[in-house]
Design a protein around this ligand. Structure first.
Ligand code: FES
Length: 134
């Protein structure tokens, strides 16, 4: 016996929660690769919903500073999205694009890594950190 809101397991009625997996803390995201111009590549795992800045800063990746903590107000988390991933990551918002004016070496593939949220479609994402921030 089941309906749209409930299902029955082991003879007990369970409510279904129509929450997207990204709302579950700890939902694993595949690897994210951060490449530094000096040739250093860092591969990190994270949770869906975390930002690339979050996982990069926590792991001590060089040039991922994130001074504002992810509120798109400092541009110290600037990255270049790898050409193979630019369509899947998508373009920055108008505000993000304006904030990138404060980043060193702004290009068409520039994004604030705090605004790139990990999701299933980005498993294996590659971004390149700039030579320096600000
Ligand atoms: S952490 Fe400040 S703009 Fe991304």
């Amino acid at each position: 016996m089941s309906d749209r809101k409930h299902d029955v397991r082991n003879g007990r009625r369970h409510k279904r929660f129509p929450i997207a997996p990204s709302r579950f803390k700890g939902y694993h995201h595949g690897p994210c690769h951060l490449h530094h111009p000096a040739g250093i590549a860092t591969t990190l795992d994270g949770d869906v919903g975390q930002s690339v800045m979050d996982i990069g800063k926590r792991a001590g990746v060089e040039n991922i500073i994130g001074e504002c903590g992810g509120s798109a107000a400092c541009a110290t988390c600037h990255v270049h999205v790898d050409p193979a991933w630019i369509d899947r990551v998508g373009p920055p918002s108008a505000d993000e694009w304006d904030m990138l004016d404060f980043a060193h070496g702004k290009r068409a593939d520039s994004r604030l890594s705090c605004q790139i949220r990990l999701r299933a479609a980005l498993d294996g994402l590659i971004v390149h950190t700039p030579e320096r921030q600000g």
